[in-house]
Design a protein around this ligand. Structure first.
Ligand code: HEC
Length: 97
């Protein structure tokens, strides 16, 4: 019985250390996490998927914070995967610099 308690408390310590680590990790959608290759793919996806319903938006027409919200509503419309969503976002932000 003592052994089980020891294992359980060890697991709790492990869990606690994992949790503190993940809180410092960068969030899923953010700037400059994609490689140049992924950004190039983002450009292709942007130019092909985002023209289906309206003309291609100008990346400089909104700031990077506004683009987070726009991409959150447009990525599902364009049926992008989470990865494609990230690449398109990073492409848009890279154009603005
Ligand atoms: C299925 C159709 C559809 C697709 C695909 C689509 N959009 Fe849109 N988009 C809309 C509609 C409808 C609006 C206007 C209404 C709205 O804001 O929801 C809009 C509005 C916008 C606006 C203006 C928002 C504002 O606040 O001024 C931007 C920028 C935009 N889309 C970007 C994109 C990007 C980038 C993509 C590709 C990832 C995309 N859209 C793909 C339908 C679409």
């Amino acid at each position: 019985m003592k052994k089980i308690i020891a294992i359980a408390s060890f697991a709790a310590v492990l869990l606690a250390s994992c949790t503190s680590k993940s809180s410092t990790a960068t969030s899923a959608i953010g700037p400059a996490v994609s490689t140049a290759e992924q950004i190039a793919q983002g450009k292709t996806i942007f130019e092909s998927s985002c023209t289906r319903c309206h003309k291609l938006p100008d990346p400089t027409s909104h700031n990077s914070v506004q683009w987070v919200g726009i991409m959150n509503s447009m990525a599902p419309k364009a049926k992008l995967t989470d990865e494609q969503h990230q690449w398109v976002y990073d492409y848009i932000v890279s154009v603005k610099k």
